[in-house]
Design a protein around this ligand. Structure first.
Ligand code: KG4
Ligand code: ZN
Length: 334
C-alpha cells in the first residue's frame, strides 16, 4: 500500500478561492487562499455574480501557487476533493468544474465534500490525536449548528439556527452600524475597546432545553437601540454588548449540549470560530465542565481548501468517491 496519500482540496463556495494540499489527512503542505472580499467590500456584501467571476480569475493561479508551496508535481496527487455545497451556485461551479477536469486528466478519484464537513474537521491538522466521536460547534456566515459527530461522514444535528446564522448577525449589524464588510473581524477588533456589559441586549430564548439558536431579534434590537441612542453611547460599547449577546447565546447551547450528550470533546469550526471573545468564553466553559476543547488555528477558521483535503482523505480511505456527473447543491445540508 502507498504510504503517503496526497489530497488536493478545492474550496470555492463563496468569495474565497482556496486550494489546499494535505498529506494523510493531517499535514497541510499548502493552503493557498485568494479572496475577492476587498472587491465585495465596495458593494457592502457578497455579490454572487462578482464572486463567481473572481473565482474564475483566481482558480488556476491559486492552483499553481499551491503546487509550488507544497513543492509537488500534479502527477503525485492521489485524489481531488471539492466542496459542492452549500454556497453560491456560480462560485461552487468554478471549483467543481476545475476538480472534474483535474480528476479526468490525471485519472484520479473525485471526492465531493459538504462544505460544512470541511469546517467540522478543520482543527484536525492542529491536533494529531483528535478524531471522532466529538461534538462540533459550527459557526459560520451561513450556519450555526451543534453537531454530534459519530464518525467521518456520520452526523446528527442537535441544534441549528431558527433564523440568521451567527456570522450573518455580525455582518448585518456591522452593515447597519456602517462599519463595513465582513462584519465579524471588524466588530471583534472594535469590541476589545468597549464594555460588553454596557447594554443588555436580548438573548433569544428558543426553549428551556433547546440547542437551537436565534439571532434575528438581537439584530433588530441593536438597530432600534442605535437609532434611538447613537449620540449617547460609544460605538465600541454597542458592538461589545452585541458580541457578548451572541457569544452568551452560543455558550449556553454548548453547555446544554455537553451536559445532555456527556461528550468529552468539543471541536470548533467555521469563520466565527476566529472570534476572540467566543474562544475565551469557550476555554472558560471547558475548564468549568471539564471537557477537551479543540480550537482551529486562525487560517483554518476561514473558508479554505486544506479543510476540504482533510475530510477528503477519510473518504478516500473509505473509497467513497463521486462520479463525474456530480452537480453543485447550493443548499446542501449535513
Ligand atoms: O466560514 P466562513 O469563512 O464562510 C461561510 O461558510 O459562511 O465564515 C464567514 C463568516 C462571516 O460572517 C464573518 O463575518 C465571520 O465569519 N467572521 C467572524 C470573525 N471572523 C470572521 N465573526 C466574528 N468574529 C470574527 N473574528
Ligand atoms: Zn464556510
Amino acid at each position: 500500500m502507498k504510504k503517503n496519500i496526497l489530497i488536493l482540496g478545492i474550496e470555492t463556495s463563496c468569495d474565497e478561492t482556496s486550494i489546499g494540499i494535505v498529506r494523510n489527512g493531517r499535514d497541510v503542505l499548502a493552503n493557498t487562499i485568494s479572496s475577492s472580499a476587498n472587491i465585495q467590500r465596495e458593494f457592502g456584501g457578497v455579490v454572487p455574480e462578482v464572486a463567481a467571476r473572481k473565482q474564475l480569475d483566481y482558480i488556476l493561479p491559486t492552483l499553481d501557487l499551491a503546487l509550488k508551496e507544497a513543492n509537488i508535481e500534479k502527477i503525485n496527487i492521489d485524489a481531488v476533493a471539492v466542496s459542492y455545497g452549500p454556497g453560491l451556485e456560480g462560485s461552487l461551479l468554478v471549483g467543481l468544474i476545475a476538480a472534474k477536469a483535474i480528476s479526468f486528466i490525471l485519472n484520479i478519484p473525485l471526492i465531493g465534500i459538504n462544505h460544512l464537513e470541511g469546517h467540522i474537521f478543520s482543527p484536525l491538522p492542529d491536533f494529531p490525536e483528535l478524531s471522532p466521536p466529538f461534538l462540533s460547534l459550527l459557526v459560520s456566515g451561513g450556519h450555526t449548528m451543534i453537531v454530534d459527530v459519530e464518525d467521518y461522514g456520520v452526523y446528527e444535528v442537535l441544534g441549528d439556527t431558527l433564523d440568521d446564522a451567527a456570522g450573518e448577525a455580525f455582518d448585518k449589524v456591522a452593515k447597519l452600524l456602517g462599519l463595513g464588510y465582513p462584519g465579524g473581524p471588524i466588530i471583534d477588533k472594535m469590541a476589545k475597546h468597549g464594555n460588553p456589559n454596557a447594554i443588555s441586549f436580548p438573548r433569544a430564548n428558543t426553549g428551556k432545553d433547546s440547542l437551537d439558536f436565534s439571532f434575528s431579534g438581537l439584530k433588530t434590537a441593536v438597530r432600534l437601540f442605535y437609532e434611538k441612542n447613537k449620540d449617547n453611547f460609544k460605538i465600541e460599547d454597542i458592538v461589545a454588548s452585541f458580541q457578548e449577546a451572541v457569544v452568551d447565546t452560543i455558550i449556553t447551547r454548548v453547555e446544554r449540549a455537553v451536559k445532555k450528550t456527556g461528550k468529552r470533546q468539543v471541536v470548533l469550526g467555521g469563520g466565527v470560530s476566529a472570534n476572540s471573545r467566543l474562544r475565551t468564553k469557550l476555554k472558560e466553559l471547558s475548564l468549568k465542565l471539564g471537557f477537551e476543547l479543540y480550537l482551529p488555528s486562525l487560517k483554518m477558521c476561514t473558508d479554505n481548501g486544506a479543510m476540504i483535503g482533510v475530510i477528503g482523505y477519510y473518504y478516500y480511505n473509505k473509497g467513497r468517491f463521486s462520479d463525474l456527473s456530480l452537480d453543485v447543491k447550493s443548499s446542501l445540508s449535513l
